[in-house]
Ligand binder design. Structure first.
Ligand SMILES: NC(=O)C1=CN([C@@H]2O[C@H](COP(=O)(O)OP(=O)(O)OC[C@H]3O[C@@H](n4cnc5c(N)ncnc54)[C@H](O)[C@@H]3O)[C@@H](O)[C@H]2O)C=CC1
Ligand SMILES: O=C(O)CCC(=O)C(=O)O
Length: 530
């Protein structure tokens, strides 16, 4: 007799999920408050094959250590920042999300927050119900004709844009990954951040929280914003510097702020609380019955499909491939994703085209999965939780042309994968292979031969091939106490163009990078993380 897989639901998912699991033949244990009790979760997680969550459950390495049977974590929602993805991946646990199920609802919340700010509805409500009838206190502003600045024009940002245009607003958007064609389709004007800050009457944020977006509205950027600007954040706490925002509200430079998300959640106290022009909700962006039913049904279907049939959908850490194909493909998937990540981390402008070339043995493998992995790697530095399944359609939606080429083995390697990214600044290609030890290696960057493994902390430098660079570079790092682990060099010809790919122990501090950038002959220096 085969035993049924067991799933634990540890957050307040819609009960619709319970029914789906039961109907599909999965045993389900619904404990909606368990996620808040990490000790109890750790005590029982070992009994389950699947864990279905929203945002209250934090899936930490400690929880994963106890999860001996766990095969899949299903997030009924978009952000998977409450799951330690590398730790889950390292334990072979698939992490799935539902990337679109709550987008409309969250966009609607942002629009609702914008109106709440413009007409001071929460304060007017409290005053009216207190019997004050303060008609002259609550003078609002009209939305029509105002400029909305959208930071992050992905799924939710695009829906907000469509709604705002329907409200007769002008919409400008800052999103390095928004293609001009997509912007045109949406009817939004693609601008740089400084221009958005200078022009927007209302700013709404819809990016994930990443190293690049953290404090994207810093004190400095808030100061650049138009006097009287209003700010809406229904994406993630930490996109706006809360202390700086409070100061800008106190000075009157920012006229109002509506926040659904906070640096620390649950936010039982916060520097923004108590300001008369601040409206807050407790992370309610996705909280409608429609969205909750969508994401609960979808996550239960996806998890059941995986547990019962091995099918993988919307996984953020693995492509959709069968169990038989997995062992052979795995190192090449890692290679393609890392080559893509290399190209993505070096790309600073919109991508027009991605060309992936497979030469030799790898050309006979399931290259679609490899291409998806490469695109996910390219997009991941910019997009919220892009996965290998959704990456190609996201690229298509954004007007990125993806080309796949297959060739016989021609060079020094049995298998060679090349990822080339074309932007308005030109094309950049990076090639790699998998050696007999199963570890992926970079073997060529922009036509320059180099041989290096991918490492958690690296520096990529392109420079003029002049004497003295290596010495100055090593001294700069050494003086700053940064230890060099490996050092790979390549060049086209003596005295020509050169590159260095250097592995360091730990992340490179920004001031050290700045010093590297000033070494004579250095054209570009970038930190990379794999
Ligand atoms: N308040 C809530 O309850 C909810 C919040 N969210 C959050 O909303 C955010 C957006 O979700 P989606 O639109 O589905 O994600 P998405 O991945 O479709 O869009 C994110 C956009 O941000 C852009 N972006 C990334 N880095 C950027 C940067 N440095 N500057 C400007 N733009 C940048 C990307 O190019 C992308 O277009 C996520 O953080 C998600 O977790 C999502 C659902 C509910
Ligand atoms: O589940 C929730 O209420 C939070 C939704 C959210 O933040 C997300 O989907 O990223």
């Amino acid at each position: 007799m085969t035993t049924k897989p067991r799933v634990l639901i540890s957050d307040a998912l819609s009960p619709a999920a319970v029914q789906i699991f039961k109907d599909r033949g999965v045993e389900v244990d619904f404990q909606p408050d368990l996620g808040k009790d990490k000790d109890r979760l750790a005590a029982i997680i070992g009994e389950y094959d699947g864990l279905a969550i929203r945002s209250a459950t934090k899936v930490t390495p400690k929880i994963l250590e106890k999860a001996a049977r766990l095969k899949v974590i299903g997030r009924a929602g978009i952000g998977v920042d409450n799951v330690d993805i590398p730790a889950a991946t390292a334990r072979g646990v698939i992490v799935m999300n539902t990337p679109f199920g709550n987008s409309i609802t969250t966009a609607e919340h942002a629009i609702a927050m914008m109106f709440a700010l413009a007409r001071q509805i929460p304060a007017a409500d409290a005053s009216t119900q207190a019997g004050k009838w303060e008609k002259n206190r609550f003078m609002g502003v009209e939305i029509t004709g105002k400029t909305l600045g959208i930071i992050g024009c992905g799924n939710i940002g695009a829906i907000v844009a469509e709604r705002a245009i329907g409200l007769r607003m002008r919409v400008v958007a800052f999103d390095p990954f928004l293609s001009p064609e997509r912007a045109l389709d949406l009817g939004v004007e693609k601008v740089e951040l400084d221009e958005l800050l200078a022009r927007a009457d209302i700013i709404t944020l819809h990016t994930p929280l990443t190293e690049k977006t953290k404090n994207i509205l810093s004190a400095e950027n808030l100061a650049k914003a138009k006097a009287g600007v209003r700010i809406v954040n229904c994406a993630r706490g930490g996109l706006v510097d809360e202390q700086a925002l409070r100061a800008a509200l106190d000075s009157g430079h920012v006229a109002g702020a509506a926040f659904d998300v906070f640096v620390t959640e649950p936010a039982t106290e916060n520097v923004l609380f108590g300001h008369p022009n601040v409206v807050c909700t407790p992370h309610l962006g996705a909280a409608t019955s429609e969205a909750q039913e969508n994401v609960a049904l979808q996550v239960a279907e996806q998890m059941s499909d995986y547990l019962l049939k091995g099918a993988i959908t919307n996984a953020v850490n693995f492509p959709s491939i069968t169990a038989e194909e997995a062992p052979r493909l795995k190192p090449y998937i890692a290679l393609a994703e890392k080559l893509g990540s290399f190209a993505g981390q070096l790309t600073e402008t919109g991508i027009g085209r991605v060309r992936i070339t497979y030469e030799g043995e790898v050309a006979g493998m399931k290259t679609k999965a490899l291409t998806s992995a490469a695109i996910a790697g390219i997009l991941r530095p910019m997009l919220a939780d892009v996965n290998v399944v959704s990456a190609p359609s996201i690229a298509k939606e954004r007007g990125v042309i993806v080309e796949e080429m297959i060739r016989d083995a021609g060079g020094d390697y049995d298998s060679l994968v090349t990822v080339a990214v074309e932007t308005e600044r030109g094309e950049r290609g990076v090639s790699g292979t998998v050696f007999a030890d199963g570890r992926p290696r970079i073997v060529d960057i922009k036509g320059l031969k180099v041989e290096a493994e991918f490492a958690p902390s690296m520096i990529y430098v392109s420079n003029e091939d002049k004497p003295g660079f290596v010495g100055r570079f090593a001294t700069t790092l050494g003086d700053a106490g940064v230890n060099i682990a490996t050092f790979a060099l390549g060049r086209d010809q003596p005295g020509g163009s050169a590159i260095a790919l250097v592995e360091v122990d730990g992340p490179l501090p920004a001031d050290v990078l700045a010093r590297v950038q000033t070494i004579p002959g250095v054209k570009q220096a970038k930190p990379l993380a794999f």
